[in-house]
Design a protein around this ligand. Structure first.
Ligand SMILES: [Zn+2]
Length: 506
């Protein structure tokens, strides 16, 4: 690892710099063994069959930007019939063979965001063919069936996991198509860059795709993220909490780490790594862009020169149709469908559950009903001679990440909460609505299922929690069979109460 001392010598006496240079560096951290890297590659590979030939085509008029660079809106075929959106920047004076793929982070836009767009113009001005690819659900592709980022993408991420994939794996598949497209245009020296989440994608691209020559990572977050580190969960690798210095040490191509802070770089950087500290902010600042241009000048042979102007255009082309295929339409390789077992409930601690109880008699837990329907069910159960306790299981923002990084179905955590409440209240049965039928079915108690969810088409992302997507649930006949096993189900409360009374022997 080479570290630039310019900032240090400005802020500290010369002897401090001399001392740092004289001291031996930290012990070298071993890269992951080849078998572990192969396993990671396998976990992140969605196995999507590549389209025949060049995956990229232009979908709108070319526009002119600064320094003679032209930009065109493009589409990329991720898999036959499933398109990604992007922009292709063509230099006025191309450096033959040199190309850079730009990935965006979470700055509110995809390729059009300043954090992605500015560096794209400037790299093209220095001679690189530049392709910027939107991740699914961004800009022209911002469709409900494609969202994977932040809170709005929780269902999408859970659906991908249920299908044996991940949001990171999907984004990497898009990045790979972008590299295919650059290679089809004669690129032989390919760089990857991006800020924040775009840096994470660039890191994995450089780690796993042998066609990549160098990567420049602006404002990189911890890779992989910590179990409860915040940020978007789209860049987590299921079952692999971070940060992992051995993973960082496995990156073999030249890498420029453009830190958004002063202080030590991430642990594990190898001899191919170069670090530039800065005062931030968390972005792809002009200072970081200067560093990236110089770095790619060295490693891709781009022309040197000062930081020229960059445009700030809306780079979006024509929107994708509203009925464009979504995440559920990808040809995934779903795992064997997950079925509940007692072990799944262990080790989740005692999740907080609030209860409001009415009536007297044997206790029934009521969970999953909207507030406006709850009162009527409690009254009906009380009238049937039962004590009814309506449960509230507060959303735990860290639960998705925790479940993902433990490699366990998120629904098991909800089942553990339900089990905890059942023992607290001495419950003899459960009245579960919608998604809550899944955890209810895990408990050794009689239960009824109001408004059962028996197919993906019955999931309402606005109302139902993302943990409804259990591994393998929506493939084959698993969901229908799971529904059929529920002893009493339906939408008529009177029928459900009758079923419940019968199950309780009265
Ligand atoms: Zn994201």
């Amino acid at each position: 690892m080479r570290r630039r001392f310019a900032s240090l010598t400005r802020s500290a006496p010369l002897w401090a710099a001399a001392l740092l240079v004289a001291c031996p560096g930290p012990p070298q951290i071993a890269p992951l063994p080849d078998t572990a890297l192969a396993a990671l590659q396998h976990d992140l590979d969605l196995g999507l069959p590549p389209p025949a030939g060049d995956p990229l085509w232009v979908v709108g008029p070319e526009r002119a930007g600064p320094e003679g660079v032209r930009v065109s809106p493009v589409r990329l075929s991720l898999v036959e019939g499933w398109e990604l959106t992007g922009a292709l920047f063509s230099p006025a004076a191309p450096v033959p063979g040199a190309a850079v793929l730009v990935s965006h982070g979470h700055f509110g836009q995809g390729k059009s965001g300043a954090e992605a767009q500015e560096i794209a113009w400037r790299l093209a001005a220095h001679g690189a063919l530049v392709l910027s690819v939107d991740s699914p659900g961004e800009e022209e592709g911002a469709l409900p069936q494609r969202l994977i980022h932040l809170e709005g993408g929780a269902h999408g991420r859970a659906l991908l996991r249920a299908g044996g994939a991940s949001a990171l794996g999907l984004q990497l598949a898009g990045l790979r198509r972008g590299i295919d497209a650059l290679a089809a245009r004669g690129a032989t020296r390919i760089g990857l860059t991006g800020a924040s989440g775009g840096a994470v994608l660039s890191f994995y691209g450089g780690l796993l795709d042998p066609r990549v020559s160098a990567v420049a990572l602006a404002s990189p977050p911890p890779i992989p993220r910590e179990a409860r580190g915040g940020g978007c969960l789209c860049d987590q690798v299921p079952g692999r909490p971070g940060p992992d210095p051995h993973l960082l040490a496995s990156l073999r191509v030249p890498a420029l780490w453009l830190l958004d802070h002063r202080g030590p770089p991430p642990e594990g950087l190898g001899p191919q790594a170069e670090v530039i500290e800065s005062d931030g902010p968390h972005s792809y600042t002009a200072e970081m862009q200067e560093g990236a241009l110089r770095f790619f000048g060295t490693h891709l042979g781009l022309r040197g020169g000062p930081l020229g102007p960059a445009a700030g255009m809306d780079l979006a082309g024509p929107p994708l149709p509203a009925d464009a295929p979504g995440l559920a339409d990808l040809p995934l390789r779903p795992p064997v469908a997950w079925d509940p077992d007692a072990q799944a409930l262990e080790g989740w601690g005692a999740p907080v559950v609030e209860a409001r109880c009415v009536g007297a008699g044997p206790t029934v837990l009521v969970v999953g009903l909207p507030a406006d329907a709850e009162g009527a069910r409690l009254d009906a159960l009380r009238a049937a001679g039962l004590r009814a306790c309506a449960l509230r299981v507060p959303e735990d923002e860290g639960a998705e990440a925790e479940a993902e990084l433990r490699g366990r179905p998120w629904v098991a955590r909800q089942a553990a909460a339900l089990q905890h409440a059942a023992s607290q209240h001495g419950a003899v049965a459960v009245w579960a609505a919608r998604a809550w039928g899944l955890p209810a079915g895990l408990l050794p108690l009689p239960w009824v299922w109001e408004q059962p969810i028996c197919a993906l088409s019955e999931v309402d992302p606005a109302k139902d929690p993302a943990w409804v997507h259990t591994p393998g649930a929506w493939w084959g006949d698993h969901a229908a069979a799971r529904c059929a096993r529920a002893p009493v189900r339906g939408s008529d409360p009177a029928v459900l109460i009758g079923g419940l009374r019968a199950a309780l022997g009265g």
